[in-house]
Design a protein around this ligand. Structure first.
Ligand code: 5RP
Length: 222
């Protein structure tokens, strides 16, 4: 089975967690795109969706699936029923690295607004410790060098994502070479640096369930 086939299987498996009549949070990336395509079968059955990026909103709308602004959604319901998204890495504690597509801030917001986070990945994303994938940090432009300096002190090698501006008008710094033994502590430490909008460690907003595609089928990790 190819990596794309594994992604498609987990994307389809995630439909089981979609609750009829509710608002669903939708992630960003190639695996999330496959989920969006599968979700088209639930059009008219779910109340609507909240998108974690402009690209996701466009793809949802292309299927005729209603897309709500998060603030509007949260005036109708206390929380979204479920958030479905991919990840760049996950560890044994279901901590994630996200932001390869640069949508980490909105992804973390929508995940936080949802009752449950279903993470859809193929088996290549499993790691012992986060850090093999460069950690994305969204920064306010004037804080770029300040945040890069902090990343160096933490033992990482920060690299500006050239020519990339987030949906929020900010920059992304990708930090290479970190070995993350305490994901929660690193997430908190980076959040304390002025100018950091969001970092790609999802420990507070880690997955509740990981659906992992393998050549043998979909494994559910709870
Ligand atoms: C986007 C993300 C994606 O979830 C992550 O990059 C995984 O993407 P893909 O499903 O294409 O492998 O965090 O910001």
């Amino acid at each position: 089975m190819t990596q794309d086939e594994m992604k498609r299987k987990v994307a389809e498996a995630a439909l089981e967690y979609v609750v009829d009549g509710t608002i669903v949070g939708v992630g960003t990336g190639s695996t999330a795109n496959m989920f969006i395509d599968a979700l088209a079968s639930k059009k008219g059955v779910i109340k609507g969706t909240v998108a974690s990026s402009e690209a996701t909103a466009k793809r949802l709308a292309g299927h005729g699936i209603p897309v709500l602004d998060l603030n509007d959604a949260l005036t109708q319901v206390a929380s979204l029923s479920v958030y479905v998204d991919g990840a760049d890495e996950f560890d044994g504690g279901k901590n994630l690295t996200k932001g390869g597509g640069g949508a980490l801030t909105r992804e973390k917001i929508v995940a936080a607004a949802s009752d449950k986070f279903i993470c859809i990945v193929d088996e290549t994303k499993r790691v012992k410790h986060l850090g093999a994938f460069p950690l994305p940090i969204e920064v306010i432009p004037m804080a770029r060098e300040l945040v890069a300096g902090v990343a160096r002190k933490l033992g990482g090698n920060p690299v500006l994502r050239e020519g990339f501006i987030t949906d929020n008008g900010n920059l992304i710094i990708d930090v290479h070479g970190l070995v993350v033994t305490d994901a929660r502590a690193l997430e908190d430490e980076l959040n304390s640096v002025p100018g950091v909008v969001c970092n790609g460690v999802f420990s507070h907003q880690g997955a509740d369930v990981v659906l992992m595609g393998t050549p043998g089928g979909v494994e559910t990790i709870v």
